[in-house]
Structures are given as C-alpha cells and as structure tokens.
Design a protein around this ligand. Sequence first.
Ligand code: SF4
Length: 377
Amino acid sequence: MAFSDVFDTSLIHDAVERSVYARTGDVRDALAVGVQTLEAAAALCSPAAGAMLEEMAQRAHASTVERFGNTVALYAPLYLSNHCVCTCTYCGFSMGLDIKRKTLRIDEVIREARTLGQRGFRNILLVSAEHPKHVNAEYLAQCVAETKRIAQYVGLEVAAAETEDYRKYVAAGCDGVVLYQETYDPAIYAQHHLGGPKKSYRPRLDALERAARAGVRHLGIGALLGLADWRFEALALFAHARYLEKQCWRSQINISFPRINPSAGDFAPAQPVGDAQLVQLMCLFRIAFPTAGIVLSTREPAALRDALLPVGVTHMSAGSSTEPGGYAAPGNAGEQFQLEDKRDVDAMSQRVRELGYEPVFKDWAEMRSAPYPVAAP
Ligand code: SF4
C-alpha cells in the first residue's frame, strides 16, 4: 500500500468546495482541535480563515517558538547539473531550451562545497536536473560522500529514485531527500510534464516513501504554487503530509511552498498565489504539523521573507545560486530560475538577528557510533 493507492483527488475537490463556504465558527472549531482532519484543514484554507490571518499567524508563531525556539537554520543549495532529459513547462533547465549546460565534475563539486563551507554553511542541499547519463546514482552518491566531508547535513533534491538507489545515497551520508510533487492534480501535472521520466505522476508521488524505507531521515514535500488552484494543492499536500507522518514515522517531515519564478522558458503561472494566500498556507501547515520543518527559499523577496520568518519558518536558504558551479566559478552555466532575495549569508544572518532570531548553521549531527559506553562496575 502506498500513498498513490489511497490518494483520491475527488475527496480533495470536495473539501475545496466545502472550504469556500466555511464560516468563522468552523475555523475556530478547527483551531480548537488542532487541525487533524482534511475537514479542519479545509476550514483553515477558507476565505473566512483568510479574514482571520492575524489570529492564525499568532497561533502559528506561538507553536513555532514552543517547538523550535527563536532559531532559524540556514542552508544553501548546490546545483550539480542542468543537463535534463525532461520537458517541464515552467523550468529553465527544460530539455530543448538554449542555455549553457554543465554537470560538475567531482572536483568541482568539492570546490563548490568548500566555498559554501568557507561562507559558514554546514547544511547543503545538492540539487540536480534529471539526466541518467550525466547524473546517475553512483555520481550522486559520490557527490553526497564528498560534500559530507565538509557539511554535517547533506540533502538531495534530484530525480525520483528506486529504494535501492536511495540506499546508496543513505550509505554515502545523505540525511534528507526533497521531492516536490509540483502539482497534485494529475490532469494539470500531465499538461506541464511533457517528456522524460518526470512525466510519470504516480512513481513520483510514492518516491518519498521509498526514500524513507531506505533510511532517509528527513523528507521534504511541497507543491509548486501557481500551476493549480492553491486550495487544492494545500489540501492534497495536507493529505500527503498526514500520510507520511503516520507511515514514515521514523522520518522528520519538512514542508515547502515554492512559488513559480521567472525562468529561461518565460513561463507565466496560470493561477498565481498571492502573498496573503502564502501566509495563510504557512499558518495552516504550522498549526496542523507543529513538529514539521517549514522551509522558505530565496525565491521570495527579502521583505516578504523577513515578514514570514515569525509565522513559522524554521529553515531558510541564503546567498543562493541556481547555476551549477555558481559559487566558486559563476557565469559558466544557465540558471534554473531567477532568485528574488539576493542577500549574501552575512547580510542574511545579520537581518535574522535583528528580527530577534538566532541563525543556526549546524542543527543536525548523525550518530553512527556504537551504543552509549557503559560505566565499568
Ligand atoms: S523541473 Fe527538473 S526535471 Fe523538469 S526540466 Fe527542470 S530540472 Fe528537468
């Protein structure tokens, strides 16, 4: 049994319909019981809840401080390759686009990781486009192992894989896998994923369960906001997160809300998501999943990131580049999309402190050693 066996989009569409008619009393009832069900999540997506954003934000803030304190973990993405065999309408790496293509050699990966290490990062997310010839499981495992010499936490945001390959990544030191479904609506998914392995909706939907089975400790989920109705994506994401929380209980769940940014393909989102809706989404997930990490990337502008930090964000990228080799030797390959927050890590850390938070570069250390030493009798 996998999530794709139980996920029913008609239930999500029904919940979206009910959400539109939810009243203030429904929102208060949902808040009172802790948003465990799809019904309660639908109430928090409603226009009525949208009118109670201040109250929801305070609740989300209190929940975050209780669990995570006034801290935010800073991480950096390290792009390995922009060679891609997939055609995704919204992506600047899509096959056929005329950009400079590059896959980093292992020595270049090490140079990028060292550059990030010198800037203070100990949490690095390795990101890659999909190309079985340039970016196979052995290459990725080697990239993880080399980066692990520099960073305490190494995550992967790469093609959906089989359990056997996830095991290779875990053996190399991989701590987390990030895999956004992009959109949970299968018909809209088909409209935007036109070629390559990513065209298959269902194997992607179940990939994080395979990763958890292989021993991946942190699972990153999200939807690319702007492709479909935001309430549908929110409620589908809620159902997925609840499922993973129950079925993959050994793993920590991290949730992200990436909005589509301009890319080399000049893609315009069909259903753009506004700032207020983004805040509502973030509040909903923080309240519903008090122990989950909430990730906010440099896709969003600096002022908005600053404003969202107290709402429930636990992880932020900083000083990012979406170009393979873009830290140590920029200008030699195409970028995936334009970043909005261009502050470097020092400026970001200073701003985080000004906002009353402590920037954290290392919040994770793997224990692979033997059991605790036993005192001699
Ligand atoms: S979204 Fe991923 S798979 Fe699709 S074109 Fe971009 S890099 Fe390739």
